[in-house]
Design a protein around this ligand. Structure first.
Ligand code: B4P
Length: 193
């Protein structure tokens, strides 16, 4: 198994690059943002609870997202590997992920961390908000709250994987294809074929 975390602030290109990476490497894409939005569309109890946090630019409680990831991993026993997109977003989530993978005699092989400046992030998300229908992309103050949540709670997750030398930082500004090529180079330098 080859497991990747695609890491970075909101709007850094995680969703965009994930689509390309899962195609190229036949990985299972686990995006907690997408899973939560599905719950919202289906108006489940979990979705209605999560929406309150998401609309305010806050992280959804750890117990909710860890439970979702646990069931997604268990329902894909024959996976080649997973691409985690938008997860883990807290140190508690990263510890839970390490344990879940260890139960399957697996681990995180690489964390690819996209680096993008704050004003560029805000511009991209406001732009997406014009057409995406995503309520968390419309108001600049909500986008700023998401970036603050990222700095306070999510950025420390990189430290957790830096200790085990799994983090590679990639410039996330510029052409989508150029960024994709940089990500692929790093994966191929480490992938056991
Ligand atoms: P996510 O769905 O993960 O949302 P995101 O971080 O905004 O998306 P992403 O980073 O993938 O977007 P992308 O850059 O690809 O999370 C949404 C919310 O769900 C969170 O705020 C939180 O409330 C909750 N949540 C999710 N996971 C959670 C967890 N684990 N724990 C707790 N809560 C959780 O795209 C942005 C825009 O940039 C697009 O329009 C794209 O076209 C554009 N773009 C991409 N690359 C570009 C480039 N190179 N140049 C120009 N534009 C580019």
């Amino acid at each position: 198994m080859f497991n990747i975390i695609l890491f970075g602030p909101p709007g850094s290109g995680k969703g965009t690059q994930s689509e390309k990476l899962i195609d190229k490497y036949a990985l299972i894409h686990l995006s907690t943002g997408n899973l939560l939005r599905e719950e919202i569309v289906n108006q489940t109890r979990l979705g209605l609870e999560a929406k309150k946090y998401m609309d305010n630019g806050q992280l959804v409680p750890d117990s909710v997202v860890i439970g979702m990831i646990r069931s997604a991993i268990l329902s894909n026993p024959d996976a080649n590997g997973f691409l985690f997109d938008g997860f883990p977003r807290t140190v508690a989530q990263s510890e839970a992920l390490d344990e879940l993978l260890a139960e399957n005699r697996s681990e995180i092989n690489i964390m690819l961390a996209l680096q993008v400046g704050e004003e560029e992030l805000i511009g991209r998300l406001l732009n997406r908000g014009k057409t995406s229908g995503r309520s968390d992309d419309v108001k600049e103050e909500v986008i700023r709250s998401r970036i603050i949540e990222y700095e306070n709670k999510t950025a420390p997750v990189a430290g957790h994987y830096e200790i085990v030398e799994k983090v590679v930082r990639i410039k996330g500004e510029g052409e989508v294809e150029d960024i994709f090529d940089s990500l692929c180079r790093e994966i191929e330098a480490r992938r056991i074929l």
